[in-house]
Design a protein around this ligand. Structure first.
Ligand code: FES
Ligand SMILES: [Fe+2]
Length: 343
């Protein structure tokens, strides 16, 4: 790696966005030890209600216990790796039952019954509890983390919490969830999310609402804040845009917000999971959805083109703008640090 001054910062090598061998490293070193948004508390109001999702290839499950606590587990049966929950949300009746052969687990993960297992000398059900993961909530949002050593979620999101101040999210409910599939590496999209440099060329509709030449991205710890003056007082994007390491976008609107999880599906595939939350779950305004769809389609087109070019074998490294791409630079630093600078 060449010596870099603050003014001269190279991008990461193109191979980091293309090499399938990097994928298991990123899963283990970036996604397993980070807090991942899985849903909202209102989606699991009653005991036995669950939310399940596969994030960066890790099947995860959160269930509400009889006492109201949220318990998190790998959504992987200890018998022969069947799935416990087979839908994103659901409600069980006091026990989690594997879909494959029907092993039953208590809501605290203990194996209660290995259905019709037969005589099995030496088989101790106590040794076959579901593998636990950490669960924490923040402003009603439910997060999971597989690392016992990761900092608490509150520390993770502290700069964002400070910026939001006393904004009241207690009446927000999930109004809509949407997914968008992208043919690119997750980092290609994340970096696009972390700069406004491309807005005048890629997003003419958004550019009409904000002063793109005054678009600023500011890092506070591992949170990025986007700020751009609105051209009109009734701009749809009138609120807070932020991003939290490694893969969470936060888009606060005048009424409600949209959480955007950048979900890596493999080395060359990414899914955007959008969770719209509105006061009491009221409908998301049509113009908000239209603008969101338009911006997403525009970003999808450009990041998929960039991905093809990164994989073409011509481009190796580029240069980041100190004025516009400080967020990208920070992100690339976090990635390199997580992977031990492994090139
Ligand atoms: S894999 Fe779960 S009961 Fe067999
Ligand atoms: Fe964009």
């Amino acid at each position: 790696m060449t010596t870099q001054t603050p003014e001269q910062v190279d991008t990461l090598p193109a191979s980091w966005y293309c090499d399938p061998a990097r994928w298991p490293l990123e899963r283990a070193e970036i996604f397993a030890p980070s807090w991942q948004l899985i849903g909202h508390e209102s989606e699991m109001a009653r005991p036995g209600a669950w939310i399940a999702d596969t994030i960066a290839g890790y099947p995860l499950l959160v269930v509400r216990s009889e006492t109201g606590a949220l318990n998190g587990f790998h959504n992987v049966c200890r018998h022969r790796a069947g799935p416990i929950a087979t839908t994103r949300t659901g409600q069980c009746d006091g026990a989690l039952v594997c879909a494959y052969h029907g092993w039953r687990y208590a809501l605290d993960g203990r194996l209660r019954e290995a259905r019709d297992f037969g005589a099995a000398p030496g088989f101790d059900p106590r040794a076959f509890a579901l593998f636990p993961v950490r669960v924490a909530t923040w402003r009603g949002l439910v997060f999971v983390c597989q690392s016992p050593d990761a900092a608490p979620l509150a520390d993770w999101l502290a700069p964002l919490d400070a910026r939001l101040g006393d904004a009241d999210w207690t009446n927000l409910r999930v109004a809509l969830s949407r997914t968008h599939d992208l043919a690119c590496n997750w980092k290609t999209y994340a970096e696009n999310y972390l700069e406004g440099y491309h807005v005048p060329l890629i997003h003419p509709g958004l550019d009409a609402e904000i002063e793109s030449d005054r678009y600023v991205v500011t890092m506070d710890g591992r949170i990025a804040f986007h700020d751009a003056p609105r051209r009109t007082p009734d701009a749809i994007y009138d609120g807070l845009w932020a991003w939290a390491w490694p893969n969470l976008g936060v888009n606060v609107y005048r009424r409600g917000l949209m959480m955007e999880r950048i979900s890596p599906m493999g080395p060359h595939a990414t899914r955007l999971d959008y969770l719209y939350l509105t006061p009491d779950g009221e409908d998301v305004p049509a113009e908000t959805l239209a603008m969101s769809d338009q911006v997403t389609a525009e970003d999808k087109a450009i990041v998929e083109s960039v991905q093809i070019n990164l994989a073409a074998g011509l481009y190796e490294r580029g240069r980041l703008s100190p004025r516009h791409e400080g967020g990208v630079r920070a992100f690339q630093g976090f990635v390199a640090a997580a992977l031990g600078g492994a090139g």
